[in-house]
Design a protein around this ligand. Sequence first.
Ligand code: FPP
Length: 245
Amino acid sequence: MALFKSKKEAGDDQPRTVPCHIAVIMDGNGRWAKKRGLPRTAGHAAGAETFRRVATYCRDIGVKYLTVYAFSTENWKRPKEEVDAIMGLLEKYLLEAIEKMERDHIRLKFFGDTSVLSPVLRERIAETDAISARMDGFQANVCLNYGGRDEIVRAAARWAELAAAGETEPLTEERFSGLLWSGGIPDPELLIRPGGELRLSNFLLWQSAYTELIFTDTLWPDFDAREIDRAIEEFNRRDRRFGGL
Ligand code: FPP
């Protein structure tokens, strides 16, 4: 039996399938702020609140993994003031998360090279990692100083190291996946990009090979549970063939 049915096959009364893993490119914070005559940083603050709401909703409806693009390897090109504001928001968010994540049943994991981040941020990431390690359940993956190409190059370099150290097993897609930041986590079935742009922007390039893509004009700070529901409904209408018939 197919895991996902087309709407035609499934009929309208069929219960919807909730994806195990949803990925989101949190885009549109700057435009949201500009429309209101606010500094761009106010858009990122609103975006951080939206992340909190969306993560809670995803947890409640049975999503297992939510992966969000918070800061790319290319975002360092932004003015220092904006970069500092985003890092400051992350510091603040993580401080709150450290207090609440066990109560809220939200595990946090970070994808990306966090070694170059500020000592405060690294310390908070280490604390959230330690708390996450002793919990089960819903996991939010925050991509921070993350780039899809960078992730693939690092995995290839890691494989070269293993081979040089005597690894004799052949390299397979599965083994390569295990060397990515997302190693051990299933690929996202659904990727949502709010904000009106129609591209992946170096996000989860390997993992999104067969991911269903949904683009919406809603700016990320305006994103809510209804938008998630709409995306899941659209996902349920898709006929996923994975290259087959
Ligand atoms: C893209 O919108 C957004 C970012 C580069 C930053 C996202 C960061 C956050 C939401 C804050 C912290 C995150 C967490 C997980 C607590 P944009 O600035 O490119 O918007 P624009 O396209 O309208 O200019």
